[in-house]
Structures are given as structure tokens and as C-alpha cells.
Design a protein around this ligand. Sequence first.
Ligand code: C2G
Length: 134
Amino acid sequence: MKKVILTYGTFDLFHIGHLNLLRNLKSLGDYLIVGVSTDAFNAQKGKRTVISFEERIDIVQSLKCVDLTLPEHCWEQKARDITEHGVSVFGMGDDWQGHFDGLKALCEVVYLPRTAGISSSALKHCLREIALAG
Ligand code: C2G
């Protein structure tokens, strides 16, 4: 019986913080499912991405530690995904600490340490600085 792990994210400008999290989540089980936020959902989150959904999900799906990707269309789909895929553990980085404790009724919920010093927002800022410097 495989132990299924589930997480979600935007994964814009994919970086080592994303990879560390996905690797650490995969180490908790045998099968990692990653929901990637669609562009429409990011607009709802108030997040503008540099990389399109199609390219973001393609990058995540290509990772050795990822077994399945699915589009994340809304906040509410998590419970259905957990049930549909027989998820044992739902995990996020600890910047989300406590936000998804309501899912503890369905599966184990873990929040793993974020990788310090890297974020998509910081990368976007660097790109902007480089562009301005010409
Ligand atoms: N992350 C991390 N370390 C970083 C940056 C991000 O561990 N330096 C983690 C975040 O905690 C998150 C995952 O990587 O668990 C994806 O981060 P984002 O792409 O920023 O995802 P977010 O916009 O937080 O969307 O329904 C949940 C949302 O879709 C999460």
C-alpha cells in the first residue's frame, strides 16, 4: 500500500526552496502528488507569476521526486483531492503553519521548514533590478 503525499504551490521561477520542500515531502512516503496553481487561481490569490501555468506544471512534473501533478483551481479542492487520491500526508512549507489544520480530519498535516534566503518574490525583484540596470 503506497503512502501518498500531497502538496500545492505556485512554483513560479522554480528554485531550490521549492525543490527542497518537494524532496523532503517525498521522503515522508512513496508517491508525491503536487497541485500547481493555475494562472486564474493565482489571480485570485493576488499573485502575478512570471512563468505560465503550462510551463510551471511541466517543470514540476519533470522532477524525479514528483509522481503526479494536477491543476490547483481553488482553495477548496484540497479535501476532495485528499479523498480521491487516498492521501496519507498533506504537507506545506511552514510559512503556512496552521492554515490547513482543518484537513487533519482527513489525513496527517505537516509543515516543513522553508529554505531560507530564496523566494520567487526575491527572484522577481532581482530580475527587475537587472532590467533597470540595463
Ligand atoms: N517554499 C519553501 N521554501 C522557500 C520558498 C517556498 O519551502 N524558500 C515552499 C512554500 O512554503 C510552499 C511551496 O514551497 O509550501 C510552494 O511555494 P509557492 O510557490 O510560493 O506557493 P504558494 O504561493 O505559497 O501557494 O493552496 C496552497 C497554495 O497554492 C500555496
